[in-house]
Structure formats: C-alpha cells, structure tokens
Design a binder for this molecule. Structure first.
Ligand SMILES: Nc1ncnc2c1ncn2[C@@H]1O[C@H](COP(=O)(O)OP(=O)(O)OP(=O)(O)O)[C@@H](O)[C@H]1O
Length: 652
C-alpha cells in the first residue's frame, strides 16, 4: 500500500490553519471513477518533451528579393526539435504537496500538462499507482489551470452546480449533487461570494472557484498551475492552507509556484526545481538549502530561501555570463539518473501493490452523464449565461432608443412613389446594423468560450456536439430579442407597411438574417484562433457582403460579385423589399420612381416593376431558404472547425 497521508510539514501547516475544512470524500464508485484506490501516487520517469521550433518570421529578403525557397544558408536542413523537458523524474504521494519551482520558461506548465495527460510526451513514462497514465485516469486527476476561465455572468454557485450536473454520474441523486456543491463552497470558504456573478469576485475567490470546480468530482490527484499568481501574500498563504488540508485528507497535490513566501515554501513536502527543462533539485525544501550550500551557494542571512533559489537560476539572456555559468553548473551537477532510478523503483513497487484490473479497463466510461443530460444542462447554462449577458437593461434601452431614433428619421412615410427609396434605405439599414451586431458578438464570444470548452472537455465533461447544439439552440431566442424590440418600434414609427400581413413576414426575415449573421460570426470565431486576425477577417468579410448585398451597387463585376451569393444581406434585402412593397406603388409626381412614373400622378407602378428598380430578385421563398441555408451551413462549418482544433491554447 502507499504510505499513509502524513507529510513532514503537515502538522506545522496545520498550526497555520485559520480555516476549518470539512472534507467528506465521496466513494470513488459513486463518482464514477475507475480507480479502485482512494490513495494515488503519481510517478514519472525520464520524461522528455520535444516540440517543433516555431516557424521563422517571414523576411522581406527571402520572400520578395531572394525568392521563395531560399534561405540564408542556402540549405534546406530539417529543423531541429526544441527540447522543453529533459529527463525529468519524480513522484508525489497521497498526503503530500509536491512543488514545482523554476524560472519562467523552465517547463513547469509543460510538466503539469503531461502529468494531466493533456500534453504528449516524446519519451518516458507517467504512472498512476504503477499503471501507465491513460484516459481512464481522467476523472481521478484534476488540473487547475493557471487562467481562471468561466462564464463570467454565472454566479459561483451556478458554476459549481452546472459542473456537478455535468461531471457527477446520472445515478447520483440531485440532492447529493447539491450537497456536494455546498460542501465545496464551505470547504473553500466561498460562502460570502456564492451568489455573486464570477465577474465581480476577487482574484483569490476566482482561484478558489477554479479549484472547487475541479474538486467536485473528488479527484485523488490535484495538479495546479501557479495557483498563487496574482494573489497578495495573505491570500496566497490562505490558498496554500487549503491545499495543505486537501493533501492531509489523502489527496496528492502537485503545484507549480514562482516565488513562494518563506511560510509557503516551508509548507511543501517536496520540491522539484527545473531550469531550462532540466532537473536541478528534487527533495525536501530544507534539503534544497543544504544542497545548494554544499555547491557553494548558501542562503544569505535574512534572505528568503525561495528567492535565493530563483536568484541562482534566473539569467538575463546575453547579459549575465556568470549567472549562465552557474545555472549550467547546477544543471550538470544534478544526478538525474539517480532520480530516475528512485522513480522507477517506486513505480515498480506500486505496480505490485495495485495490479491492473482488466475488467475495469473494459468498463471504463468516457462520459459520466448521458447525452441527454449533457444537452439539458448545457442548454440551461447557455440560456442563463446569455440571458445575463444579453438581457441587460442597457441593451434593451439601446435597442429601444435606436428603434426610436430610426423611427424619427424615417417618421411616418407615406405609401407612394415619394418614399420608395427611403423605405428601401430603411430596410437595408436594419439589416446592416443587426447583422453586424450578431456577427461580431458571436465571433467575439467564441474565442473565450472556446478555451473554456477545451478545459471542460479535457476533464471529460461533455461531448462537443452536445455543447454546440445547446449553444446554438438556446442562444438563438436571446440573440433575436433585441432586434425584435428595435423592429417593433422602428417599423411602426416609420410606417414601412401598415399591413400586419407584411409586418410579420418582414420581422421573421430580418430576425432570420440576424441568425445567419451569427452563424458566420461563429464560423469565423471557431476557425481563426488569433483574435486580432479574426477581427480583421470578420470586418473584411462583413463589409464585402454588405457592399455586394444589392443596395449600394447593383452591377457588381464577376470577380467580386460571387461574394453576394454568400451574403445574408442580399437575400434578406431582396425578400424584405418584396414584403414591404406588397402593393402597386402610387405615382405622386415627386420623381421618386423616375422612368416608371415619369412625373405623372395617379398612375400606380406595378410592384414587380418596383422590385426591378430596387434590384430585388428571386421569390421571397427562395431568399428565405437561402437565409436558412446560410444559418445552418455556417453553424455546421463552425462545429467542424471547432472539432479540428485540438487545443484552444495552441499547446501540444
Ligand atoms: N507548444 C510549444 N511550442 C514551442 N515551445 C513551447 C511549447 N510549449 C512550451 N514551449 C516552451 O517551453 C518552455 C517551457 O514552457 P512552460 O510554459 O512549461 O514554462 P513555465 O515554467 O511554466 O513558465 P511560466 O512560469 O512562465 O509559466 C518555454 O520556453 C516555452 O516557450
């Protein structure tokens, strides 16, 4: 069996405790975990991770003068891989906090990514109680990433409850799930902010909510990437106390940390120090000071041990040769082979204590909840989140005031030749504003949500298709609510067409056009990962579609004219013009329909001739079908694009 949870510094840390934790771990079986053991040791042996080097920035010389394919050396040698982890070995036991330290870029996050099975290792082994790390361990390992990404409009309790509903098995009664959420709130001292929207809570509360989200499934191993970054020292100590208590309850805690205070540093059970992906130390925090002293680097009197450690390893590139030499000496001096041997021995011992149960492997379920549960919970969450984000009083006021302003500008237009051009102008303006609004909102909401989906999906919360269906179905009514308010006001104030038989189809087409714009925005947001690039692309695409939409230019050259066939503006404009002018237009001598009325009065220009003058083509049914197609194909394409991208962070 693994050692009893009782790390060397646990009692010392307990005296610092100012909080009382009531950890009541649920039985693993209840939570749908596949690990038979409640205590898990994670060991890793000779981990190496290599990544392809970043592509060289395009240079003027190579692209325009020297020509394609040329390089400065003139040879096309295969690029050498960049090694970001080199022979890293170690282990963390239940009841222990293993701290990963090292300067920025030393490989701490990469190591945590690998230990959580989210990053691919080039060679080496990671074992859970002696068994190779695999997908079935997903639910027993929780990974609290550095960034606290949530739906900001949800409250802390909502966030935890939705996570519980998505990650805890269907077989667990709702009451038990709610109780688990309450436990987590108490455990992490989140009572004060439980009903506050996440966007209004403090950094420390956000971090604890992030940890709470991962703790709901009662994981056996907790990995945390820089949990104290951005927190003041008191909040950092309080957070470390929480981790201490979690470790004392039998969990295995591995955390990366930059420069802990003396109190926090002393609270770690084990330390693994990295520099440039190499190990420079592994052992107890106290032992580290002895070790570095023995190499001629004692801690100066009155100096914080962890600050000293970082001072030894941080090098200003190209400036400090002495520091670079010192770092290299520390790397060369560490005996990675002995660390590897120890890790291997631990793994072998555990392998004998925890033989792998083959039937367990076969019965491993990828998801804890059914498709229907995922769909239901995700729809509820998307609705609640978008309701808070979109249904703000400010948004309603904006829509109503805009409708009012537009109504005043185009106030009470009469039926007749005089107002034909004004009416067509109003039709086009409506679409432009609201389609842009939905396109840009959809595309901007997506990149942040995309990171959240990757985070949640990597812990096995739900299927991507369930998320996508839930998002697109539940947000649609929200998306069209604001344009609805606007049209209700502007349409009647402007008197576009006084017949209800024209108003309702007009409203439906305009709202459908808004949804088509949203689809295009979703597609761009899912396809282009870089926000800045996506913004440029979205602007260019939407302007090109607007310009070819039929209002500004009727005769567009073929080489650019094809864009109009993808433009929701065109189909919506053509359909709405036909709906708005559902009767023959009376000539009034105003000259609004020159060539048709010829300045005469009383003659009614036939409506289909008016359509020709305004450039409206195709039947209403055809144009509406095209809008449907764009809405559906845009969403499907966004889904496919999202599937293609493996990791929202771009890490491998
Ligand atoms: N996918 C990747 N492609 C190229 N380089 C990468 C990739 N992932 C990480 N790196 C590089 O590997 C090194 C280690 O990165 P990592 O994020 O693990 O460091 P870190 O110690 O966590 O840094 P910090 O403390 O700043 O978060 C860095 O130089 C980083 O640029």
């Amino acid at each position: 069996m693994t050692p009893a949870p009782n790390g060397p510094s646990s009692s010392a840390a307990a005296t610092m405790e100012d909080i009382e934790l009531s950890l009541t771990p649920s039985p693993s079986s209840l939570l749908g975990e596949s690990d038979a053991s409640d205590h898990v040791t994670i060991s890793f042996h000779k981990l190496i991770k290599q990544v392809p080097p970043p592509p060289p920035p395009p240079s003027l010389l190579s692209s325009s003068i020297a020509g394609p394919g040329s390089s400065s050396s003139g040879s096309a040698a295969a690029p050498t891989m960049k090694q970001i982890l080199s022979n890293v070995s170690g282990s963390a036991n239940p009841g222990e906090i293993l701290a990963l330290m090292g300067p920025s870029g030393s490989g701490k996050t990469t190591l945590l990514d690998c230990l959580s099975n989210r990053g691919i290792i080039s060679s080496g082994t990671i074992s859970i109680n002696g068994a190779p790390l695999s997908k079935r361990h997903k639910r027993s390992i929780a990974y609290v990433m550095q960034s606290d990404i949530f739906f900001d409009h949800l409250t802390v309790r909502d966030q935890l409850l939705y996570t519980a509903l998505l990650r805890l098995p269907d077989s667990l009664p709702l009451k038990a799930k709610v109780a688990r959420v309450d436990d987590t709130i108490n455990q992490l001292r989140l009572q004060k902010c439980a009903n506050t929207p996440i966007m209004l809570i403090s950094g420390g509360e956000k971090k604890r909510t992030n940890i709470g989200t991962e703790l709901l499934t009662d994981p056996r191993v907790l990995l945390l990437d820089e949990p104290t970054s951005g927190l003041d020292s008191t909040s950092a100590v309080a957070l470390m106390n929480v981790l201490r208590t979690l470790a004392d309850s039998g969990k295995t805690v591995v955390t990366s940390i930059h420069q802990p205070s003396s109190a926090v540093f002393a609270g770690f059970d084990k330390l693994l120090v990295l520099a440039d992906g190499f190990m420079v130390y592994s052992g107890t925090p106290a032992g580290s000071m002895e070790y570095f002293s023995s190499l001629g680097y004692p801690v100066p009197a009155g100096y914080n041990a962890s600050d000293h450690l970082m001072d030894l390893l941080v090098v200003d590139a190209g400036v400090d040769e002495e520091a670079a030499g010192r770092k290299q000496k520390l790397i060369d001096h560490w005996d990675s082979e002995t660390s590897a041997k120890t890790a291997l021995e631990i793994t072998e011992k555990l392998k004998q204590s925890f033989p792998v149960d083959e039937s367990e492997l076969q019965h491993y379920k990828k998801w804890n909840t059914s498709y229907l549960t995922q769909l239901r919970v995700l729809m509820h969450r998307a609705m609640r989140n978008s309701r808070s984000a979109i249904f703000t009083p400010l948004n309603f006021i904006k829509s109503a005031v805009l409708g009012f302003i537009v109504g005043l500008v185009w106030f009470q237009m009469e039926d007749g030749e005089k107002f034909v051009q004004d009416k067509s102008g109003l039709v086009f303006f409506n679409m432009t504003f609201w389609v842009f609004d939905s396109l840009f909102t959809a595309f901007m909401s997506f990149p942040s949500e995309r990171d959240l989906i990757f985070k949640e999906r990597s812990s096995g919360s739900y299927r991507l298709s369930a998320y996508f269906i839930a998002k697109t179905v539940s947000e649609a009514p929200m998306r069209i609510a604001l344009p609805f308010v606007y049209i209700m006001i502007s349409y009647w104030m402007a008197n576009l067409n006084a017949h209800l038989s024209a108003f309702f189809p007009f409203l439906a087409v305009q709202l459908l056009c808004v949804l088509a714009g949203e689809s295009i925005g979703l597609f761009i947001g899912a396809t282009v990962l870089d926000m800045e690039k996506a913004m440029v692309i979205a602007t260019l695409i939407s302007l090109a579609m607007m310009l070819t939409g039929g209002f500004f230019a009727e005769h567009v050259e073929d080489y650019v004219g094809w864009v109009q066939y993808l433009s929701p503006f065109k189909y919506s404009y053509h359909a709405c013009i036909q709906i708005a002018f559902d009767e023959d237009v009376k000539c009034d001598g105003s000259g609004g329909l020159d060539g048709l009325c010829d300045g005469s009065e009383g003659y009614a220009a036939r409506d289909d001739v008016v359509f020709g003058v305004l450039g409206a083509e195709g039947s209403v049914a055809f144009n509406v079908s095209m809008l449907f197609l764009i809405s559906i194909i845009g969403r499907l394409a966004a889904y496919v694009a999202l599937r293609r991208v493996k990791d929202g962070t771009g890490r491998v």
